[in-house]
Design a protein around this ligand. Structure first.
Ligand code: A2P
Length: 290
């Protein structure tokens, strides 16, 4: 990847930008203004989800930008309690209604399983996937993917699907590289994307990363993003300021050496900072907009 506008080709042939903008939990709450600023800063790939409650304002920001829909790459996700055959179809219609769009570039299952009571999670994921495959066959989604699926969740889909998952979105940042899951995805031609590529900003003060920022004359955030780019992982970064949005795109004029990549890949691993697909499953959404 040489520039911010470069793309990867996914396994079904569609092009995906090498960096995306995350719309979860934007600081300050003025999501409309943040999305408008992100469009102005040059972002075209936006990651949203029914959980985030940002679909409506993202759709509005895109419409008001005057830029054609086809110039954007829009990804959304259905939540844990929207899994199931009919549930997934209904969830998809709600998502498109909120976005005021007639198709999605990618649609993902947000989370592989619910809490302890969700004993038939494998079956539910497959019913969901079947509904998504039908929506894709009807031309309403360009590609299908997963989010927070580890190898044992992925295998259930891979062994039973007609359409292969194209992407898997995982929490990844220096210090939490999830090598086993990343390797599994790469072996199966599934493009990995990183949510919270800055570790929910916790990595910005990391004492191991700071000297690398000084060495390369970049910020710690830029080191984290460049690290992911060099691993072929798509960072989905969030920010509420134009300055930092731009800074996060400015990672194409330097290269982290092979030796430094080894060091960063092998720095002490901390725990997940968000949730975990098996051990810290979000219980339920709050105040969810239908
Ligand atoms: P802000 O909105 O003030 O820019 P993550 O994506 O890992 O969850 O991290 C998101 C957090 O990182 C946001 O709170 C955002 O805050 C902050 N952030 C994003 N880009 C930068 C940057 N270049 N420098 C410092 N903080 C950043």
């Amino acid at each position: 990847m040489q520039t911010f506008n470069d793309t990867y080709t996914l396994s079904n042939g569609i092009e995906i930008p090498c960096m995306g903008f995350g719309t979860y939990n934007a600081k300050g709450g003025d999501n409309l203004a943040i999305n408008k600023t992100a469009i102005e800063a040059g972002y075209r790939y936006f990651d949203t989800a029914s959980l985030y409650e940002t679909e409506r304002v993202l759709g509005q920001a895109i419409r008001e930008s005057g830029i054609p829909r086809k110039d954007f790459f829009i990804v959304s996700k259905l939540w844990i309690d929207e899994r199931g055959y009919q549930e997934a179809k209904d969830a998809f219609e709600r998502t498109l209604e909120r976005l005021q769009m007639d198709y999605l570039d990618l649609y993902l299952i947000h989370w592989p399983r619910g809490t302890e009571g969700d004993v038939d999670w494998k079956e539910k994921d497959l019913d969901t996937w079947r509904a998504m495959e039908e929506l894709q066959a009807a031309g309403r989604i360009r590609g299908l993917g997963l989010s927070n699926f580890l190898p044992h969740h992925l295998e259930n889909i891979l062994e039973n699907c007609k359409e292969k998952p194209l992407v898997d979105q995982l929490e990844i940042h220096p210090g939490y590289t999830q090598e086993a899951a990343v390797r599994y995805c790469q072996e199966h031609d599934i493009r990995v994307q990183a949510w919270s590529p800055l570790g929910r900003s916790a990595m910005l003060e990391n004492p191991i990363l700071k000297p690398f920022a000084e060495k390369y004359g970049k910020s710690v955030a830029q080191i984290c993003l460049r690290f992911l780019l060099q691993k072929g992982i798509i960072p989905l970064v969030k920010s509420s300021s134009m300055e930092r949005m731009k800074q996060n795109q400015d990672i194409f004029d330097f290269e982290i050496t092979k030796e430094d990549m080894y060091i960063l890949n092998n720095m002490p691993q901390n725990t997940w900072l968000g949730e975990h697909p098996d051990f810290a499953i979000p219980k339920k959404r709050s105040n969810f907009e239908q």
